[in-house]
Write a protein that binds this ligand. Structure first.
Ligand code: PGA
Length: 243
């Protein structure tokens, strides 16, 4: 819940300039609040920047006051949607079941979900990280078809690392990403998920992105605080490949 339309438009104009000449194999998207999406869709139209929403509802239309459907997001130029961010789970009663309903509705209507999973500090200290991730991935992707996995990305975001300045170490992230990759193989078969992106989120910054991206199973980043500054976000998008 950051920025007015004017603030976000200024940020996107700067970002467009900073991302000129960006490597075309990299995909970059911005996820502003609902109120700014439509305006920003025009500003990113002739740029490599794609548009992502921060949440979605699972019905297509009807009497669901306050909700926004996948179809409506597509209508204003969104390609992606974040589903199950830990703040939605924590403050807005999001469960694995609602994450699942949203994910299925999104892919069905043509929107690409980025499904967030992650453990709390207590769960990590109790040695339950992989159990929690397994439950969130299995329930979040229940009844998803193998053929739909090409449109779904998973974001591993340890709750204790979000907005705290305390990132997971790249090795901790890699361990969980590797676990998720193997779980997806078991659930959907190698072919269906060979290209599935597993991205890391939680205090990703311009000064730590290169090390995260050097790990085999870290395919990208979900960036919060550091995306509110065009220069720092652009540096993250244009990460340096370490040998
Ligand atoms: P952060 O946020 O980068 O500020 O830790 C990540 C997120 O909100 O997903």
């Amino acid at each position: 819940m950051n920025m007015t339309i004017r603030n976000s438009a200024e940020l996107v104009m700067k970002l467009r300039d900073s991302l000129k000449g960006m490597d075309s194999s990299i995909e970059a998207a911005i996820a502003p609040p609902f109120t700014a999406l439509y305006h920003l869709s025009h500003l990113v139209a002739d740029s490599p920047i794609k548009l992502c929403a921060q949440d979605v509802f699972w019905e297509r239309e009807g009497a669901y006051t306050g909700e926004v459907s996948p179809n409506m997001l597509i209508d204003i130029g969104c390609q992606y949607v974040i589903i199950g961010h830990s703040e939605r789970r924590q403050y807005f009663c999001e469960t694995d079941e609602t994450v699942n309903k949203k994910a299925i509705a999104a892919v069905k209507q043509g929107l690409k979900p980025i499904i967030c999973v992650g453990e709390s500090l207590q769960e990590r200290e109790d040695g339950k990280t992989l159990d929690i991730i397994k439950r969130q991935v299995e329930k979040g992707l229940k009844d998803v078809l193998s053929g739909q996995m090409k449109d779904i990305a998973i974001a591993y975001e340890p709750i204790w690392a979000i907005g705290t300045g305390k990132n997971a170490t790249p090795d901790q992230a890699e361990e969980v990403h590797n676990f998720i990759r193997n779980l997806l193989y078991e659930m959907f078969g190698l072919n269906a998920v060979a290209d599935t992106r597993i991205i890391y989120g939680g205090s990703v910054k311009a000064n730590n992105i290169d090390v995260f991206m050097a790990h085999a199973n870290i395919d990208g980043a979900l960036v919060g605080g550091a995306s509110l500054d065009a220069q720092s976000f652009a540096r993250i998008v244009k990460f340096q490949k370490l040998k």
